[in-house]
Write a protein that binds this ligand. Sequence first.
Ligand code: GAF
Length: 377
Amino acid sequence: MNAHEAFVKEYGVEPAGLWAAPGRVNLIGEHTDYNDGFVLPFALPQRTVAAVGPAPDDSFTVCSTFETDKVTFGFDTQPGEVTGWAAYVAGIVWSLRDKGFEVPAVRIAIDSEVPLGSGLSSSAALESSVLTALIDLGGLDVPVEQRPVIAQRAENVYVGAPTGILDQSASIRCREGHALFLDCRSYEVEQIPFDLAGQGLAILVINSNAPHQHVDGEYGARRKSCEEAARILGVPALRDISGAELDDALARLDDDVMRRRVRHIVTEDDRVLETVTLLKAGQVREIGPLLTASHASMRDDFEITVPQVDIAVETALAVGAYGARMTGGGFGGCVLALIDADKADVVTAAVEEAYAEKGFTAPTAWTVTAGPGATKL
Ligand code: GAF
């Protein structure tokens, strides 16, 4: 059943429309967003679809194709009231109203192709589809650069996850065939053409199927450590330390763990900038070593990888990938590998074999292209 069918089945009328928002793959720039740094995601072709129509009263109702229960809440919903997946929906209503927008009461049915809990931003896709629907239906004047901020507040304050601006920006602002170069301080973006097929290349996404969770303290701990380091170094955010200043900055920190967290962020920002330069020059294969260096930095300095993703990266490289790295918040989730387009089966089979040898749950792999951002269908 799709979102449209679920809406008609649940509410007995046609929806006013369908709005879709994608999950994302972050090509490079991990955990740099909450350090005011740079990221380079592209939108997945997989999307979340919200079928939405006016409510007969002053309440909001949301149902989905993946849960049996429907959830109802009012205009005055407050953080903590709705929990579980529907909290992302209630959070959008709360966040828009908190910014003074008049949100129309609606009924919603959700369907999603974005794998849940895999580091591909299924939650941002949900938030962004509902946000876009409410903006359109309410005729709300919300500038595009403010939309991710509203969705991020829903997640930070209503849901209680201390995430950055990456995922919501990707889901809302990405364009088909492009990667989104985002400055997470100014919210300025540049659309970077990202046509792999033209060069005989592909991005293979390998879902490690190791559970991905970042609300569990580790994500927050990384964020706290970065903010504390910026405070000690006397800068607004780690983005303000350049690669040339890194050694001096590290020498001023006593704590070895904090030093390694800082080194990841500063070097990762530089890798994003170098990746953008290479892509603009049409040198796509050449970004491979930057992807792999990013992974090593996440594994050794930021310590957010798990054996399943490390093995997927090592195996993909061993069978010819130009570069590979974990994508997303970490502690599980997905790996992306830059490969020759005709090597997808070979790389997938090699990773499956490596997982079987280790006794890991089998991975799932598929090639992706850069899809469009949130839109009315
Ligand atoms: C998660 C967060 F939601 C993002 O804000 C970002 O920090 C990412 O992890 C790591 O780059 O997806």
